[in-house]
Design a protein around this ligand. Structure first.
Ligand code: GDP
Length: 472
């Protein structure tokens, strides 16, 4: 891409772009000077334009790749149990004698040699969060419906999510071992909700399973492969990888670790990458069984080591040429994130009044705002803490979670909390070193750390009573 083309696409003047390019150390001799894709992205980010990289597959080899599957459905219908049962049939479980860790994804290999990648976070919250960040990782949704309970509100919500994302569904009617199980009733319900089931002349497959007894799993896996076959899922194998993070965690010895799924291309050990707003050089790639690999191909979930910080689920992994580029690009993205976040915080705090709303609404009681920065060990618990904190909301108290971060509390968290007048809530993380506690004290930032949500809520309740007397 040349500077002229970039100017056209971003709607900026060439002079302005040249100035930014000079700032990031890119020497530009003329407006027809070609610039690399990562530099182009950096500049676009600087001028506030959202970019999406489309890797051209022209001229490259496309090969069949395994499907990536997400499990969704109503609460208590058995999503977690089904994933547990499927995980037991995974490659990692077989190699490790049945013991597996939750790493965000796992692979089930079929006797035929084909394989399926399962995202190990059930529910549509994770699916939506990934989609909101532009990560279209899921190829197929397994819709779990309990045979004794039938179609429920979240079943319909999951159907809606899948439809909006244009992702096909395979139905797993679960709990078929239960005495009150009535799979036929479930099918009729699904049909009348507009899901075109195969046995009613449509193309949505239905499989009856019992996650508890482990029955029907092989038929479910076969149905998923059949669905994948119909979709002719293919990916570019050669060239730089495009991948997405599905989970990230901090390991004491190895530092930040991210489970990523390659969408296309090949991720190679030693490459410089930008992951969301983080960057690093890939020091090691491991498969889900912990085996060290040189590279990772499409649909393979792998754990990557070597990032400087923790990325978020849904972040994209981009390969760049040099360490300097990686650092510049991540800096640019971080600045943009910060800007977006402050904008969002302000909007949440001072929502734009809807026209006419003032006259109709009765006078609101005085609301005390309690801004909070959440830090947690893993993404799942961060989200859980956020949801739990929101349950404390009342007409008198507005618990405003301004940021959810993963990993130990750092100076930047204290700075953010100070700027928003927030307290920091840590869940399942280490107590900060005394120097940081001191800095927090000086900035009047309260730090609360717990390992049990119930205890956390109890202390928050006390804090609310302190700040908003008469609430409870
Ligand atoms: P989720 O909320 O959808 O993740 O549901 P869970 O996997 O936590 O399951 C909810 C409850 O249903 C648990 O008590 C499970 O033991 C139970 N359960 C899940 N699958 C089955 C099944 O196939 N048969 C029976 N009888 N119970 C099941």
């Amino acid at each position: 891409m040349t500077v002229v083309e970039l100017a056209k696409r971003t709607g900026q003047t060439i002079a302005h772009l040249q100035e930014i390019l000079a700032n990031v150390g890119e020497k530009v001799v003329s407006e027809f000077h070609p610039i690399g894709i990562d530099v182009a992205e950096l500049v676009a980010t600087e001028v506030g334009v959202n970019v999406r990289r489309l890797h051209s597959s022209e001229g490259s080899v496309l090969e069949f790749r395994p499907p990536v599957v997400t499990v969704m459905g109503h609460v208590d219908h058995g999503k977690t149990s089904l994933l547990d049962a499927l995980r037991q049939t995974s490659v990692a479980a077989k190699e490790a004698g049945g013991i597996t860790q939750h790493l965000g994804a796992f692979v089930v290999a079929m006797p035929s040699g084909a394989s399926i990648t399962f995202l190990d976070t059930p529910g549509h919250a994770a699916f939506s969060a990934m989609r909101a960040r532009g990560a279209a990782v899921t190829d197929i949704v397994v819709l779990v419906v309990a045979a004794d309970d039938g179609v429920m509100p979240q079943t319909l919500e999951a159907m809606r999510h899948a439809k909006e994302a244009n992702v096909p569904i395979v139905v797993a009617i679960n709990k078929c071992d239960k005495p009150g199980a009535d799979p036929e009733r479930v099918k009729i319900q699904l049909g009348s909700e507009g899901l075109p089931l195969e046995e009613m002349g449509g193309d949505v497959q239905v499989v009856q399973v019992s996650a508890l007894k482990g029955t029907g799993l092989d038929r479910l896996e076969e149905a998923l492969l059949l669905q994948a076959e119909m979709m002719e899922l293919k990916a570019r194998i050669d060239g730089p990888a495009q991948a997405y993070v599905v989970e990230a965690r901090l390991d004491r010895g190895r530092g930040p670790l991210a489970t990523a799924i390659v969408k296309s291309g090949t991720l190679v050990c030693g490459q410089h990458v930008v992951v969301g707003a983080q960057w690093g050089r890939i020091r090691a790639i491991r498969d889900m069984a912990g085996n060290v690999l040189e590279s990772a191909r499409p649909a393979m979930p792998v754990e990557i080591e070597g990032l400087k910080g923790l990325p978020m689920a849904g972040d994209d992994v981009t390969v760049v040429g040099t360490e300097e580029r990686a650092r510049l690009l991540s800096d640019g993205r971080r600045k943009k994130q910060e800007k977006d976040r402050l904008k969002m915080v302000n909007e949440e705090r001072y929502p734009l009044a809807e026209p006419g709303a003032e006259e109709d609404e009765p006078e609101k009681p005085q609301t005390v705002e309690l801004p909070i920065v959440v830090k947690a060990d893993v993404q799942g618990s961060g989200q859980a803490v956020k949801d739990a904190l929101k349950s404390l909301n009342s007409p008198q108290v507005f618990v405003n979670v301004v940021h959810v971060g993963i990993g130990p509390i750092g100076q930047s968290d204290v700075d953010l909390a100070h700027a928003c007048g927030a307290c920091i809530v840590g869940f399942n993380i280490r107590t900060p070193p005394s120097s940081l506690s001191l800095a927090a004290d000086r900035a009047s930032v309260k730090i609360i750390i717990h390992r049990v949500i119930y205890h956390l809520l109890e202390e928050m309740g006390n804090l609310i009573v302190e700040r908003a007397p008469g609430t409870f």
